[in-house]
Design a protein around this ligand. Structure first.
Ligand code: AMP
Ligand code: MG
Length: 402
């Protein structure tokens, strides 16, 4: 049996995945969205030199010999500039954010002054430019501060607002339809009859997709009948899903009907079976403009497949330039035997060690076990044919997120 290497499988999944078209959204709807174009500042910040403190705007030369008395000729608050000019031995009362009046170059904080009726005694000299925020120290008009392909953070939205953009052009969210299959499945909260179990893996798949900024259509559970699975596939197409993720029914058993149902709907299969553990029976293909990922039913397998393939696919569709999962190095917490021909993604916990993080695989790696998956902090990657590795040696991990 030919198993497709993980990297080749990912390449195929991404081969015809292109960033989705753009749309303009208000800043408050743009968190986690991806910029379609580079974003240039529409203004300079701060637009003029302003005071960083409450105090007095002065000329540094006038206070070189302190104490000295200066005449207070005006007041500047944020939003209320002073139209006059500060001449020799003059000062203006100024508050944080107030524009430095012409002629002034330094702010003396009020704690270092004594205020009298219409003058101020500056007790100590201050260096030229002290407590002044110069024009443009944050950014200048025309400067590109956020790049095309960037997934917008909360801080980016603050910056974009300061750059004077009320709306941003971002890629449309990927639309993901999630379908569970199996006669044995009932939704959480119901009372399973003998032989039934609770449908669980779709909730992680949905959450992963949400985390990548996707819109999700929950197609629920289809029982193991070709017609029922096919009907769900058609609902995904009518909804114009960019991606359909099915779970279960992906193996060769006589109840594994997902591929047959998809074939009947016209699936263009790109691969089935990956050199991966857990997740070997994973499948990918296209149905018109819809990408189809068929992940195995075992919850851990379904999660690992979605993590490795769905996440980069959604990032590509969402327009991100950084689509790859970021491997990190850690130290092995125990000895590991040599690996076979399948890449192994071991569920492992991470602990802080003396020099580096230590990754220790959880004791049971059975692909049905959800409790250790939830407890795991990372997937520890064992490449195909990796030789035995000793505790303390370097290993490569993928951190699991939220
Ligand atoms: P399958 O891939 O359909 O052969 O399923 C493999 C195993 O995963 C079986 O034990 C199923 O009961 C279980 N399974 C399939 N789908 C789900 C699901 N959505 N949630 C939890 N377990 C599932
Ligand atoms: Mg099944």
């Amino acid at each position: 049996m030919v198993l497709m290497p993980v990297a080749d499988a990912l390449q195929r999944v991404l081969a015809e995945a292109h960033p989705l078209p753009g749309e303009r959204v208000p800043l408050n709807d743009a968190l986690g969205r991806v910029l379609v174009e580079d974003l240039a500042a529409l203004r300079t910040q701060p637009p003029a030199a302003v005071s960083a403190m409450d105090g007095f705007a002065v000329r540094a030369t006038d206070i070189a010999e302190a104490p000295v008395t200066l005449k207070v000729i005006g007041e500047v608050a944020a939003g209320h500039p002073f139209p006059g000019v500060i001449g020799p031995n003059q000062a203006a009362r100024i508050f944080t954010g107030g524009v430095m009046p012409a002629g002034s170059d330094t702010v003396v904080i009020q704690e270092l002054t004594t205020i009298t009726k219409d003058s101020v005694v500056v007790q100590k000299p201050a260096a030229h430019g002290r407590n002044v925020r110069n024009q443009g120290i944050d950014f200048a008009q025309g400067q590109i501060l956020l790049r095309k392909g960037r997934r917008l953070t909360d801080r980016d939205l603050m910056l974009a607002a300061a750059m004077n953009h009320p709306r941003l052009r971002v890629h449309r969210r990927p639309k993901v339809a999630v379908l569970g299959t199996g006669d044995e499945l009932v939704s959480p909260g119901q009372t399973p009859k003998p032989g039934e179990i609770v449908y669980s893996n779709g909730f992680a798949l949905t959450a992963l997709a949400h985390n990548e900024g996707a819109e999700v259509l929950d197609l629920g559970i289809a029982c193991d009948r070709i017609a029922e699975i096919a009907a769900a596939v058609r609902r995904a197409r009518e909804w114009q899903a960019d991606v359909l993720v099915t779970s279960g029914g992906a193996s060769v058993g006589e109840h594994d009907l997902v591929q047959r149902a998809l074939a009947a709907e016209g699936l263009d299969l790109s691969f089935w079976r990956v050199a991966l553990r857990p997740g070997r029976p994973m499948m990918h293909g296209r149905l018109g403009g819809m990408q189809v990922l068929g992940v195995p039913g075992n919850p851990v397998s379904s999660y690992v497949c979605a993590f490795l393939f769905l996440v980069p696919l959604l990032r590509r569709l969402a327009g991100r330039t950084d689509i790859e999962l970021q491997p990190c190095t850690a130290r092995l917490g125990c000895d590991l035997p040599a690996n076979d021909e399948r890449a192994d993604y071991l569920r492992a916990t991470l602990a802080e060690g003396p020099e580096a993080f230590v990754a220790t695989p959880v004791p049971s790696q059975d692909s049905s076990l959800m409790a250790p998956l939830a407890r795991a902090d990372c997937l520890l990657i064992r490449p195909p044919h990796a030789p035995a590795a000793a505790a303390g040696s370097d290993c490569v991990i993928l951190k699991l997120g939220l």
